[in-house]
Design a protein around this ligand. Structure first.
Ligand code: ADP
Length: 302
């Protein structure tokens, strides 16, 4: 009898131990779940979705709930600071652009009308006008990016006949750059895009191709259609080192300051923002000293 009692006591204790261990394990797992959520959220949160990122853990223990509440408040403060910064950039760009445009206009009209300027005066006014123009373009780029960041960039998506658009863009670019632009196209392609944005993207890429290649070398615009429409802007210029190709779409990133051009490193980030916004994608393939090919893919209009 004694042995039977010891045996059943032993089994009961073992069962109780198993149940208690399982309960503790469950409790610990539930307590740690919000911490795992915090970890996942922190790993994937970006400036664009700071406002929406929030932790929900109503069933967690009080201490963890407190931690999650503080974390959510921190995210809210960060989102507000980020929004303020975007608003600031947008306001400053807007406020500076108007007076600068007026200054540029006056400088241009003096240069055009005054015939008795000395060479030194003319040079000085031309430098002032070109710097004003450069700064106006920088401010316009900053405004475009601020608009895209705040979600105020709206795309008017429509079916765009690509061949005609490419011919139009090539004509415009040829006029202002005085360079040979070759078009390579076979079939008629209709893409789903915002006509105005697509023109801006292509003009920007051609502008870079012109800036970073020799005057005597032509620039090619190729279009073809696989599953999606593909547009390529090809130059035979200086090229981009492999390790820097991934970074050229970042804001204010310039490959080499010694490649003195009038840009601020914003052109390609605007191009990427616009292409992404139209549901497309942009890539670059380049070899130093041989040239670069920028490839845009866009959905076909059905
Ligand atoms: P930027 O206005 O300074 O040209 P972008 O954003 O347009 O700025 O380009 C970023 C950098 O990428 C440039 O500094 C330039 O060095 C490089 N780059 C862009 N396009 C080309 C190209 N077609 N050939 C060679 N380098 C290029």
């Amino acid at each position: 009898m004694f042995l039977a009692v010891v045996q059943s006591l032993g089994i009961t204790s073992l069962l109780v131990l198993i149940v208690i261990t399982a309960a503790i394990a469950l409790y610990i797992q539930r307590s740690l779940q919000p911490l795992m959520q915090i970890n996942q959220l922190a790993a994937k949160v970006s400036a664009a979705d700071l406002g929406q990122a929030q932790l929900q853990c109503d069933r967690a223990p009080t201490e963890v709930r407190e931690l999650a509440r503080t974390y959510n408040m921190m995210l809210e403060r960060l989102a507000a600071a980020w929004e303020q910064q975007e608003q600031f950039v947008s306001n400053v760009s807007h406020e500076l652009r108007t007076p600068l445009t007026i200054v540029y206009g006056y400088l241009q009209s003096v240069l055009r009308r005054e015939t008795n300027l000395t060479t030194t005066q003319r040079d000085a006014l031309e430098t002032a006008a070109s710097e004003a123009d450069r700064t106006i373009r920088l401010l316009q780029d900053l405004l475009d990016l601020a608009r895209a960041d705040s979600g105020h960039l709206h795309f008017h998506m429509e079916a765009v006949p690509l061949n005609a658009l490419i011919a139009e863009v090539a004509g415009m670019a040829q006029q202002y750059s005085n360079r040979d632009i070759i078009i390579e196209a076979n079939d008629e392609i209709i893409v789903l895009a915002d006509r105005h944005c697509l023109k801006q993207v292509l003009l920007n890429l051609i502008d870079n191709a012109v800036k970073y290649s020799d005057l005597s070398l032509p620039i090619a615009l190729k279009i073809d259609q696989l599953e999606q429409a593909r547009i390529q802007v090809c130059d035979r210029g200086v090229g981009i080192p492999l390790q820097q190709q991934a970074r050229i779409f970042e804001r204010f990133y310039r490959v080499d300051e010694s490649r003195a051009t009038s840009g601020y490193g914003l052109g390609l980030s605007i191009v990427k923002t616009l292409v992404d916004g139209m549901g497309g994608c942009i890539t670059v393939a380049s070899r130093l000293g041989e040239g670069s090919v920028f490839t845009i893919t866009l959905p076909i209009a059905v």
